[in-house]
Design a protein around this ligand. Structure first.
Ligand code: PMP
Length: 456
């Protein structure tokens, strides 16, 4: 039986729910990444590193709340904090102590954070950071790098995937992209040349891991060079730490790489599995969100910032509890170690299958390059992957979809070629993942033999 047929037979409950969902949601899903042909699984509960679906099937979870759950599902400290808060109210339409504590934690942990403003998501955080940069500098252009992801507001919807000069969506007026400059990643010379040529750049924004959590990673030297060039050119540096924040170290990638941005964006781990984001940065820039005793400033210079769910008490409670645990220092090294073991184990499986796949990644993130044409093959250390970025982001949606399906049959749920690893993914969980990967590859080679056979 083929992978897809077996999947359909093993998931009758999910199939039934999808039949209802597809009448309601475009393509039946509420997030593009959850879309799966023939249908996704429907989950009923989760604990630690695992989750269960409506058909009673168990999965090792590598979505981990899209990267929000480095502590695993239902960490008791977080759950209790949320329960306590629910009993006291979920939205006061007022300031509250928990938001103060939440921001204090950020300022304590994140080296460059002087002031903080909460948003409801990472997308809102990057949108705010870009607006702050434009207000502060009075300049329009934003430099971003090919293959980096900053959410889905207009200004950052170009440069995400090949072809990098085309927006990744319809419905974006050309005019909205006129102020976005897409440059190749990891190329300091090109950045310097561009910044020397122009006077109109407000900020450079990037993921300090490299795009999409480090598909093509970047180095400390690159980030240091980037900081020097931006300082020299009077251009602000925005680190999008939505992924790396509270993951690379308690103080994020900026602490790990010892690079001090002007503004940083956070979400995911920040809010402990509930919705939430934040911008943190220099007082002089964050000042553009402040009220002053100056009607002209308030009307024409200040950035208005409403948002019904900014710093909502539930997210604040989950966020404070999560950052509390992370600050103790145990979680991140354990998650990193687990990820290292898993990367090695999966690369061993790949070797035994003699296929041109490669597992790499840094800290607690794992990426799979499928059918890559990397000339280094398996001779590099994979850490400082220098694979051609124009190829790294080219996906084979059929292979990727069927890989996910095959892994689900084996009891592993991942975002296809991207795994988030928590401190709880250890021991038998990792062993089972390796076995599942091995089985899934066997099945894939049977179902899609042509996808594994290409000339050098
Ligand atoms: N920036 C980065 C680096 C991200 O990975 C994401 C989400 N995956 C975002 C921004 C957008 O965050 P959100 O999904 O909370 O809008």
């Amino acid at each position: 039986m083929g992978i897809r047929q077996e999947y359909i037979e093993k998931h009758p409950g999910s199939k039934r729910l999808y039949e209802r969902a597809v009448k309601l949601f475009p393509s039946g899903v509420t997030h593009d990444r959850r879309y799966l042909n023939p249908f996704p699984i429907y989950v009923t509960n989760a604990l630690g590193a695992k989750k269960w679906d409506v058909d009673g099937r168990e999965y090792i979870d590598y979505w981990m709340g899209h990267g929000a759950l480095i502590l695993g599902h239902r960490h008791q400290h977080v759950v209790q904090a949320i329960h306590r808060q629910i009993d006291k109210g979920t939205h006061y339409g007022a300031c509250h102590e928990m938001e103060v504590e939440w921001a204090e934690k950020i300022v304590e942990l994140v080296p460059s954070a002087e002031k903080v403003r909460f948003t409801a998501s990472g997308t809102e955080a990057t949108m705010m950071a870009i607006r702050l940069a434009r207000s502060y500098t009075g300049k329009k252009k934003i430099v971003r790098f090919a293959g980096h992801f900053h959410g889905w507001h207009d200004a950052v919807c170009v440069g995400i995937q090949p072809p990098f000069d085309a927006p990744n969506s319809s419905g974006i007026p050309e005019e909205s992209l006129q102020n976005t400059i897409v440059l190749p990643p990891n190329d300091l010379q090109e950045l310097e040349t561009q910044l020397k040529k122009r006077e109109d750049v407000a900020a450079v924004i990037l993921e300090p891991s490299g795009g999409f959590g480090g598909v093509i990673p970047i180095t400390a030297e690159y980030l240091k060079g980037l900081r020097e060039i931006t300082l020299k050119s009077g251009v602000l540096l925005i680190l999008d730490e939505v992924v790396t924040g509270f993951r690379y170290t308690p103080g994020g990638a900026q602490q790990y790489f010892d690079v001090s941005p002007d503004l940083s964006c956070f979400a995911k781990i920040l809010a402990g599995g509930l919705p939430g984001g934040a911008v943190a940065g220099k007082k002089a820039i964050m000042e553009y969100l402040e009220f002053k005793e100056d009607p002209h400033w308030n009307r024409y210079r200040k950035i208005p910032h409403p948002g019904t769910f900014n710093a909502n008490p539930l997210s604040a409670a989950a966020g404070v509890a999560t950052l509390d645990v992370i600050a103790k220092g145990e979680v991140i090294p354990m998650a990193d170690e687990n990820a290292g073991h898993l990367r090695n184990a999966l690369n061993e499986v790949i070797k035994s299958h003699e296929i041109k796949w490669c597992v790499h990644g840094e800290h607690s993130i794992l990426h799979i390059l499928m059918n890559h044409r990397c000339p280094k093959q398996r001779t590099c250390d994979r850490k400082a992957c220098t694979y051609d970025y124009t190829l790294a982001y080219q996906k084979d949606p059929v292979l990727l979809g069927l890989f996910r399906t095959a892994m689900l049959i084996q009891g592993v749920d991942s975002i296809g070629d991207h795994f988030w690893i928590s401190w709880l993914h250890s021991g038998e969980v990792l062993e089972r993942t390796g076995e599942a990967f091995d089985q899934a590859l066997k099945r894939l080679k049977e179902d899609l033999p042509d996808r594994f056979d290409f000339p050098d």
